[in-house]
Design a binder for this molecule. Structure first.
Ligand SMILES: Cc1cc2nc3c(=O)[nH]c(=O)nc-3n(C[C@H](O)[C@H](O)[C@H](O)COP(=O)(O)OP(=O)(O)OC[C@H]3O[C@@H](n4cnc5c(N)ncnc54)[C@H](O)[C@@H]3O)c2cc1C
Length: 298
């Protein structure tokens, strides 16, 4: 039996290498100042999917919701061993909070059809909410296991997984289809040179248009020809709009987001004055009050 494993990955700002004002005056992320990277724990989720492919036989399908240049994380997934990719991209998805993001991803899953497992990273390093995976399982009404380190067993009806808990781990059995969030407990494999050679030409239709803007034939004509050629070689990255994925416009993007990021402040903890805290309940309480008052806590 071959399984179908869907992996959702996110392209995130590299918060370690900020090269300018991270935030625009309107409170949105200044992506130009933040190089985009593959969300670290999504590499662990992809690695687990590829290990399942090696051990049990599986088709690994990687999806991401993001702007056109998020195709980069899909190519990086193909270079590591993914079989198929979907870029969920549409201006209507912009500004989504986790509720709207998980709804959009659930539309993507329903549009895709048959699958056995969905893998997400435990958490994204920008929003840091760890909410999307569990919310997605809820919307698809499937069971979920969070904080997965490894899969012990996979059969056509169930998955047995090892998950990390405080002070140890537990092994859980769960019927398929199911969603699992994956933690940094494996070593993501590097991109394979042979696969880079093959998939570096993989493109979305949007990228094709951009690459050939101004060429001396009508874009549409060219696009169809080129896209068919690429599709024939398995190099066309699926590009799904909100409409194609069957998403309700009221439930995606800013429109579908009950929460908005009001402002982001980069907190820089400087060394400087130390303070002795009296080793008593009163001492600790005083310290906590002080930290709440200066907004370090709460
Ligand atoms: C600083 C900051 C704070 C934010 N705070 C909140 C908040 O408090 N509440 C809120 O609702 N939103 C918040 N957001 C918005 C939130 O980042 C987005 O909704 C985002 O798309 C998903 O949330 P997350 O980044 O926390 O992802 P998480 O829930 O941490 O992501 C978990 C996993 O879900 C999958 N996933 C997440 N996003 C995508 C995607 N776009 N495509 C494919 N897979 C994906 C990945 O596998 C990822 O590892 C915040 C954004 C920023 C930048």
């Amino acid at each position: 039996m071959s399984y179908t494993v869907l992996v959702f990955v996110k392209q995130v700002p590299d918060t370690q290498n900020i090269t300018g004002e991270a935030m625009k005056p309107d409170g949105t992320v200044n992506r130009a100042a933040l190089p985009a990277i593959f969300n670290p724990e999504d590499l662990n989720a992809l690695e687990l999917a590829l290990q399942l492919k090696d051990r049990f036989g599986a088709k690994v399908v990687v999806g991401t919701m993001g702007p056109p240049n998020a195709a980069e994380v899909l190519r990086a997934s193909l270079y590591r061993g993914a079989d198929e990719c979907i870029l969920l991209t549409d201006r209507a998805f912009a500004g989504a909070d986790t509720l709207a993001t998980s709804y959009a991803l659930s539309c993507c899953v329903k549009k895709y059809g048959e699958y056995d497992l969905i893998l997400c990273g435990r958490q994204a390093i920008d929003g840091d909410t760890a909410q999307v995976g569990p919310q997605l399982a809820e919307k698809l009404d499937i069971p979920q296991i969070a904080y997965v380190e490894d899969v012990v067993e996979l059969s056509n009806k169930k998955v047995v997984a090892k998950r990390r808990i405080d002070g140890g781990y537990e092994v859980l059995e769960c019927p398929l289809p199911a969603m699992m969030t994956v933690i940094d407990a494996n070593e993501p494999r590097p991109m394979a040179a042979k696969r880079i050679m093959k998939y570096k030409r993989a493109r979305t239709k949007f990228e094709l248009t951009k690459e050939h803007a101004g060429a001396n034939y009508t874009d549409a004509e060219f696009l169809v020809e080129e896209a068919e050629k690429l599709a024939g070689k398995g190099l066309l990255i699926n590009e799904w709009t909100a409409e194609y994925a069957g998403a309700d416009k009221e439930r995606i993007g800013l429109l579908g987001s009950p929460t908005k990021v009001k402002q982001i402040q980069s907190v820089v903890l400087t060394g400087g004055d130390a303070k002795n805290v009296e080793p008593s309940e009163a001492g600790v309480n005083d310290l906590i009050h002080e930290l709440i008052e200066d907004h370090t806590l709460g």
